[in-house]
Every structure is written in C-alpha cells, then in structure tokens.
Design a protein around this ligand. Structure first.
Ligand code: GDP
Length: 198
C-alpha cells in the first residue's frame, strides 16, 4: 500500500512513475456504512480489514494491469448524504470534479442507501457540469444473505440499465467482484465509453 501525500519519496517516486503509467483517479462514493473503506482496502491490500483507523489515510494508490496495460490508480473515498446536508460537501464536490471514474456504492442491506443513489447521481452531474460521467454501480455486502438483504439483484440491474452503467454486486468481506468493479471504472475511461446520464 502506498499512502498518498505522506512522504516526499513517494511524491518523487510517483512523479517518475506517471511518465510510464496511465494515472487515473477513482472516487468511491456512498453513504456512511456501505463499505467504502472495506472495498478500497480490499482492492488495495487484497484483504478485508475490519479494524482500521479512520483518520489514517484519505487516499491510496495502486498499480495494476488491465488488458496488458499498466495503470496507476489513485483511489479516494467520500461520504455523501443524498440530501446534500453532509459535513464535507465542499470536499465531496472537489473529489467528484477531479474524478475519472466514480464507484457509486450502496449496501444490499439498505433500501434507503439504494434509493439515495439516483439522487446522488444527479448531483454528480451538476458537480461535473457535464452530460456524461463514467459510473459503476456497486451493491456491496452481497455475502450477507441471511435474511438481511433489502435490495434484490434485479433491482440493482434495473437501476444500472436505467443509468446505462455497469453493475456489480460485491463483497469486500469475501473479495467478490471488487477488482472487477475498480477495473471497469478505469476501462470505461480508457475506452471512452462514457455513460450517458440524463
Ligand atoms: P464506509 O463508512 O462506507 O467506509 O463503511 P466501512 O468500510 O467502514 O464498513 C461499514 C461496516 O460494514 C463495517 O462494519 C464493515 O466491516 C462492514 N462491511 C463492509 N463491507 C462489507 C462486506 O462486503 N460484507 C459484510 N458482511 N460487511 C461489510
């Protein structure tokens, strides 16, 4: 794991690397508790980290290969509240404005998080001041099927179809489809398969 902004060595190292790597910024956005940190850490470290210090980092970078190309991915996570009344709205807007791709995350255990997704998607559009932005819809905690599921797979697929974006049900806990979701955000950018949003 190479934390961002921590050490001048890393800054020099990353400056040298960016010449050779395609560098992208992916923002993991969702309401509190949907599993953004767990997904980010699963992607970056390959592990499910249950205990972490929330003040430790606000961004990570990871090199990885998609379709034989090397990428350097800067991953940031950001909380939102669908009513826009969150504490860090300015930061959220900054992150979204500078994002190459956005993972829109809800928890399959929470109907209200799922409902908030479309409201937030429209806010992203206004923030980006654009008609299109690469999104990946992510329903996390799909390992948790013991009667706690509130959002069906079909509902997730329907919403993704409406938005016109890729969809994955993930589990940060078990590692299901996590790399796929992050890779897709990058690939969509590379292929310029920008998702049309209305
Ligand atoms: P964040 O606020 O969106 O960053 O959410 P966290 O990553 O802090 O996760 C909130 C809680 O959900 C924690 O207790 C995690 O251990 C748990 N969690 C996160 N991802 C998963 C998952 O894929 N499956 C299960 N069962 N629990 C998860």
């Amino acid at each position: 794991v190479i934390p961002l902004f921590h050490h001048s060595f890393h800054r020099r190292y990353s400056a040298a690397m960016t010449a050779k790597f395609k560098e992208y910024k992916v923002v993991v956005a969702g309401e509190a508790g949907v599993g953004k940190t767990a997904l980010t850490l699963r992607f970056v470290t390959g592990q499910f980290v249950e205990e972490y210090d929330p003040t430790l980092e606000d961004g990570y970078r990871k090199q990885f290969v998609v379709d034989d190309e090397l990428f350097l991915l800067n991953v940031f996570e950001t909380n939102y509240r669908s009513d826009g009344a969150g504490e860090y709205e300015a930061l959220l807007e900054y992150e979204i404005r500078h994002a190459d791709g956005v993972l829109l995350v809800y928890s399959i255990k929470s109907r209200s998080c799922f409902t908030g997704i479309d409201i937030f998607r429209k806010r992203i559009l206004r923030m980006k001041n654009a008609t299109s932005v690469p999104l990946v819809l992510v329903g996390n905690k799909c390992d948790n099927l013991a009667g706690e599921r509130e959002v069906t797979t079909d509902e997730g697929m329907d919403l993704a179809r409406q938005i016109g974006c890729p969809f994955f049900e993930t589990s940060a806990k078990e590692g299901t489809k996590v790399d796929e979701a992050f890779s897709k955000a990058v690939l969509d950018r590379v292929c310029r398969l920008l998702v049309l949003v209305s």
